[in-house]
Design a protein. Structure first.
Length: 211
């Protein structure tokens, strides 16, 4: 396996799905079917991800990897990938697991995106979707500022001026979505609606005052 082709196994969509499959084996309360559905929801709700790696392309990649796993000597697979694949597959032959994942993606590609009422957001989804909100909390809990409001203002201003169009605008969008979904609290208990509204107010105030 060359260095470049090895990246297909070590990172990206295939690795994320195998990590979810392995996590389901470690935690019986999680089902692979639900985690695949969440994966599909994550891709579909990101225009960038859906443009770069739509679900049919991920399914095709898994099929190609399954053929490669069948074809090569297992000893030629990287140790990290081989270990992850073995943990994810358990007693199932590795190529069969990869084909199962591929078939599941194709099935879900023909179905509507699962809503959050039917399938609640998982902690890993919340961490991914609301990463900027979680990182901002450092400014409030670092102990460097006298109170919550001062920490919020400092955190928001830290993106000025070059990050306002990108990072700060994206933070505002995350805050709005978190308020609509109530999902940020899945991994950040502090992210109550009043706290999120206070941070969003600071974002709006900064944009109005500085831009």
């Amino acid at each position: 396996m060359t260095t470049y082709s090895g990246a297909v196994f070590h990172d990206g969509a295939a690795a994320r799905l195998l990590e979810l499959a392995a996590a389901c084996r470690r935690d019986p309360s999680r089902t692979l079917e639900d985690e695949i559905t969440r994966f599909c929801r994550t891709v579909r709700e990101s225009p960038q991800a859906d443009w770069a790696m739509p679900l049919p392309a991920v399914a095709a990649l898994l099929d190609l990897i399954s053929k490669e796993v069948e074809r090569v000597d297992p000893a030629t697979l990287s140790a990290g990938f081989a270990a992850l694949l073995a943990e994810a597959a358990g007693d199932t032959p590795a190529p069969a697991l990869l084909r199962r994942l591929s078939a599941a993606l194709r099935l879900r590609d023909r179905q509507p995106t699962a809503d959050y009422e039917r399938l609640p957001m998982a902690p890993w989804e919340a961490e991914l979707k609301f990463g900027r909100i979680h990182r901002l909390w450092w400014w409030m809990e670092s102990g460097e500022y006298e109170d919550f409001d001062e920490g919020v203002r400092a955190g928001v201003a830290s993106e000025h001026p070059h990050g306002c169009r990108t990072a700060l605008a994206a933070l505002g969008a995350e805050l709005q979505e978190a308020l609509l979904l109530g999902g940020a609290a899945a991994t950040a208990p502090w992210a109550s609606p009043p706290v999120l509204r206070a941070i969003l107010g600071a974002v709006h105030a900064h944009v109005e005052e500085e831009h």
